[in-house]
Design a protein around this ligand. Structure first.
Ligand code: PLP
Length: 233
């Protein structure tokens, strides 16, 4: 488990890197939300990181979210960031600030039904498979507009923007290219002015590539290991 000193140092370091990248791109660092990715991180560590300034947490398993949110003694914000199984949607509640990984119509329908049942409008991002790798989750770029049109009719889902996961590569130029493409997609989709669809949020950038993501317009970075240390599964 990471000690207070290292945790504080990591948070400070990541925030500073974000600020530097923002300033290189002529952006205001306050536009960028830092979400601490806390899969496998224990609740006690999460509480400490909250006290050091990380108030948004990202989980990729619904069970882990439920377990932790029930016991954590902080007033934090919750994000669901990983592949979301349709049969887990029934456990989602009003404490969810943002779902980053809406990637198929069956999941949208499940969220719409759940939202109706609990009288909640789920804020969501559409996950896009920008690289087109067959192994990656997400809507293909060419199908994005039609997907958004279907979502616009669902009153218990509110699309706030787009999310992507860049492929793992040693080549920073490849990653930048992916982030540029997502930014362009969001600008193009915003121009379509689809009812009930906003393109304000761009969730891109993880521990290995968040500075590039910020330079390319990210508004949410999802950071796990750079804050909490390497994960132990
Ligand atoms: C695990 C995870 C992250 C954080 O990854 P790190 O490399 O540890 O920063 C971000 N986004 C998603 C979707 C993840 O599953």
């Amino acid at each position: 488990m990471i000690n207070d000193h290292d945790l504080q140092l990591n948070i400070k370091h990541v925030k500073q890197k974000i600020a530097e990248a923002a300033s290189r791109a002529g952006r205001n660092p306050d536009e960028i939300l830092l979400v601490g990715v806390t899969k496998t991180v224990d609740v006690e560590t999460m509480q400490r990181s909250y006290d050091f300034g990380i108030t948004h947490f990202g989980e990729n398993r619904v069970q882990e979210y439920i377990r932790k949110s029930d016991i954590i003694k902080r007033d934090c914000f919750w994000h669901i960031i990983g592949r979301l199984q349709t049969n887990k949607v029934k456990y989602l509640d009003q404490r969810i600030s943002l779902i980053h990984s809406l990637d198929r119509i069956s999941l949208a329908e499940a969220l719409q039904a759940r939202g109706q049942k609990i009288d909640y409008v789920f804020p969501v991002l559409v996950q896009v498979n920008v690289s087109g790798e067959s192994t990656k989750a997400g809507i293909e770029s060419e199908n994005l507009k039609d997907f958004l049109l279907s979502l616009s009719k669902m009153g218990n889902i509110s699309v706030k923007g787009l999310m992507t996961i860049a492929p793992y590569t040693e080549e920073p130029g490849d990653v930048r290219h992916i982030f540029k493409k997502l930014k362009k997609l969001s600008v193009d989709m915003a121009r379509e002015r689809v009812e009930n669809i906003s393109m304000e949020v761009l969730s891109m950038g993880m521990s290995g590539d968040y500075t590039i993501a910020v330079e390319e317009g990210s508004t949410i970075v999802r950071i796990g290991s750079a804050l909490y240390g390497e994960r132990v599964y």
